[in-house]
Ligand binder design. Sequence first.
Ligand code: NAD
Length: 355
Amino acid sequence: MQTFIYEAQIPRVIFGSGTMSRIAEEVTRLGASRTIVLSTPGRGKQLAAAVADQLGGICVAALATAVMHAPVQVSERAVDTVRETGADAIVAVGGGSTTGLAKAIALRTQLPQIILPTTYAGSEMTAVLGETADGRKITRKSPYMRAKTVIYDIDLSLDVPASVSVSSAMNAIAHGVEALYARDGNPVISNLAEDGIRSLVHALPPIIRDLTDRTARWEAMYGAFLCGAALGATTMGLQHKLAHILGGAFNLPHAETHSVLLPHVVAFNAPASPLAMQRLSRAIGEPDPAQALYALARRLDAPRSLKELGMPENGVDLAVQQAIVDPYDNPVPVEPASLRDLVRKAWSGAAPYSS
Ligand code: NAD
């Protein structure tokens, strides 16, 4: 009989199609009137222009400088712009990189944020930021980084490329998986995680067949919301630790790195987390979750190895050394030899149970 604590700490969520039209109302609801709109460059700039258009006179600036892994220099420059323009609220439209910039600014200014996520990264549901300085990704936690409102508008996800859709969804599944075996997990969060994983696994094949499949986009975004909420409520283990180390040390792409690591970490942790594996099997609809995730990633044409993402072979030992420095929660204790075997397989693209 499990004793548990459950403390709901998620932002106000507006979910649906066409919900971006609620943005001005949500800014006003916060008592703000001078917003800065954040995005990545390229397509992100067009999204930001559409959001700025909705905001009209209550948008004072648009900044398309968000990049992956939240480098501190980019955040500090953005804070200067916020101060120069006298912005009193942050609106971010884009994937986890844009949400990361919003959080980094909020951490330094305590301004409220409204996030419009376009990928499945799930960062909008957490008060955690992984920011990079000098080749290391440092985890920051602060209630100031929790968004006030998250507006999920599936229309904003329809043109997210297949590769980003798949890798960010695998990243979301990784959040759900680690929430299932987290030390501070509970049945409520496990239900969210299981349902979120099921939704994502079910939605991905139709999305790859037709990126504009609105039903599948709805289901994937819903799964990302649930897995993001599970991430925000629990302490992550080996999967997230390794992804952070590899992102910081080798500038590997975040979501793709998660995607490659996930089957290997599931195989590693399976012996010590039978209940989590039961739920994961049920969500995926396959008896062996590690094999099933490995096969799913291949079917969806996700990256196969850390090698192809740009990690050098001698990085395997560096990653192992960094990962065993601080002890952290993980169902199976992390020892150098077993961890090296895991990272080596992920590096080469071998199957999780291969020798
Ligand atoms: P991303 O935000 O870098 O986006 C990937 C690409 O998709 C970018 O080139 C972006 O411009 C493009 N894109 C986004 N929306 C688009 C659209 N509508 N149309 C066309 N292109 C679009 O990648 P991501 O995987 O969403 O996020 C990765 C980042 O998020 C990493 O920095 C990671 O550390 C962070 N993250 C943080 C948390 C957390 O809780 N702190 C959780 C997950 C991820």
